[in-house]
Design a protein around this ligand. Structure first.
Ligand SMILES: Cc1cc2nc3c(=O)[nH]c(=O)nc-3n(C[C@H](O)[C@H](O)[C@H](O)COP(=O)(O)O)c2cc1C
Length: 198
């Protein structure tokens, strides 16, 4: 019932032993600011589970809405049977710090190295440190600020994909101090109109 959540394309593999693969993941979350860490939870029967367990690396690629169909598809077929990069037409690109490829069509690519593996039950949680981030230049404004509002990201909840809408307000807006209105006393030196003369 914790929804919506982000839905991401996790790329992994790309070594001599493991062909590059992509898995759609909804159980993903930020878990630590310093060092920057995130987690993904993967079922042991997934092909990607074997790859990530063996290599200790993966990339969280954040898709935009044009990639919704491909995002769903990558969660329907297994890399054991299908070369998902080849069949989807997604382009593997060089990561900065890890051996597996990024997905170039995704505007945000977060490169991760596994630090802890927690077998929780149906899913195993990989807790990983973020060692590199790439963001498409189109999302950086002239002041160098990341414009996530323009990324057209997808949310996933209760079996459906949703577009993200415009921002409501920003972090801390509830306690933002407004500029005080000028008090009447401040205008005391101004010549006042006489009521009589209007
Ligand atoms: C929207 C969506 C979210 C998913 N989230 C997860 C998830 O968080 N963890 C998981 O193990 N599988 C998840 N899956 C299922 C896998 O993506 C799916 O079983 C995939 O085919 C596994 O690919 P692989 O065998 O190549 O690793 C999700 C699928 C979809 C469509």
């Amino acid at each position: 019932m914790l929804s919506p959540v982000p839905v991401v394309l996790v790329s992994c593999g790309g070594t001599a032993e493991w062909q590059a693969n992509i898995i759609t993941i909804a159980w993903v979350g930020s878990v630590c600011s310093d060092p920057p860490m995130l987690s993904i939870s993967v079922r042991a029967e997934r092909h990607s589970y074997e790859i990530i367990k063996a290599t200790g690396e993966f990339v969280v690629n954040v898709p935009s809405q044009e990639l919704t169909k491909i995002t769903d598809w990558c969660g329907m077929v297994s890399g054991r049977k299908v070369d998902k990069f080849k069949e989807s037409g997604l382009t593997p690109g060089a990561a900065l710090k890890v051996g597996c490829p990024i997905i170039q069509e995704c505007p945000i690519n977060i490169e991760c190295q596994v630090r802890q593996t927690l077998a929780l039950g149906t899913h195993t949680m990989f807790v990983a440190e973020v060692v590199g981030v790439q963001v498409t230049a189109a999302l950086i404004d002239t002041k160098g600020k990341l414009r996530l509002d323009q990324a057209g990201l997808i949310a996933y909840g209760l079996g459906h994909y949703f577009p993200l809408g415009p921002a409501i307000d920003h972090f801390g807006f509830s306690i933002r101090k407004r500029k005080p209105k000028p008090r009447p006393g401040k205008l005391a030196n101004r010549p006042r109109r006489s009521r009589k003369t209007g």
